[in-house]
Write a protein that binds this ligand. Structure first.
Ligand SMILES: Nc1ncnc2c1ncn2[C@@H]1O[C@H](COP(=O)(O)OP(=O)(O)OP(=O)(O)O)[C@@H](O)[C@H]1O
Ligand SMILES: [Mg+2]
Length: 222
């Protein structure tokens, strides 16, 4: 059996007190898992912990991904550089995704390949006409598509996406779902996403995990 891309054992996440405990999950290459659960349950906290952005309280997260750019994280608030163009935002992903050395360690000239990659990825999300526009002049849904392009340009082995389909109409959501599924399936990578809407979670994911099923201390006294 293929080695999991990520293996999470008995994880406990939270800030001062635990929000979620006893969380277990394995994601295999080519697999997409969606986390569902009501607002305030700790979904974002869980994703940020797996991304290594906040410390875990206890448990294990074993990732089988490359050190540089191996995890692509799409935050709930996107984290785009608002004054910079679509091109430059996608470039931030591409910088972590393009090989800078060949097998013998020689430095590769990658600037022309980088430009091709950025243009191709922006085209995939249907924003070619907006490539030189600053992010602040794009609609909410267009900004979500830029965040998707930035992540794909990074060629991550594990994608963590926090409600990245919100604000997208059905047509755009369908095309982004297709794009992400193709990326994960064709490259044998893995994806863990948080999705409020169960129908969309079912549409994109192979498997759904309800965070409400885990031991949650949402209303407990400290
Ligand atoms: N930086 C922080 N410091 C302390 N507590 C926080 C912090 N961020 C979030 N929380 C608290 O942790 C709880 C869970 O927040 P989280 O953002 O993980 O929920 P969520 O499940 O993603 O909710 P939503 O569906 O609304 O996005 C909330 O009660 C929130 O107030
Ligand atoms: Mg959240």
């Amino acid at each position: 059996m293929a080695k999991p891309i990520v293996r999470i054992k008995n994880l406990c996440v939270g800030y001062n007190s635990p929000l979620v405990s006893g969380f277990n999950l394995e994601i295999k290459p080519g697999e997409i898992v969606a986390i569902v659960g009501i607002s305030g349950l700790g979904k974002t906290t869980l994703l940020r912990t797996i991304a290594g952005l906040i410390p875990k309280l206890s448990g294990k997260i074993i990732g089988n991904v490359r050190r540089r750019g191996g995890i692509g994280y799409i935050p709930q608030r996107l984290g785009l550089v608002r004054h910079a163009s679509v091109y430059h935002n996608v470039e931030l992903g591409a910088r972590c995704g393009i090989k800078v050395n060949d097998e013998s360690g020689n430095i590769l000239n990658w600037s022309s390949r980088k430009s091709v990659l950025i243009h191709e990825t922006v085209k995939l999300v249907g924003l070619t006409e907006k490539i030189n526009e600053p992010i602040r002049r794009l609609s909410g849904g267009q900004q979500r598509r830029v965040a998707t392009a930035r992540t794909i340009a990074q060629s991550p082995e594990l994608i963590l996406a926090d409600e990245f389909l919100s604000e997208l109409d059905k047509e755009n959501a369908d095309s982004i779902i297709r794009l992400m599924r193709d990326y994960v399936k064709n490259n044998n990578t893995a994806m863990l996403l948080v999705e409020h809407h169960l129908d969309r979670a079912n549409q994109i994911a192979d498997r759904i995990v309800d965070l409400g099923d885990f031991e949650v201390s949402l209303n407990e006294e400290e």
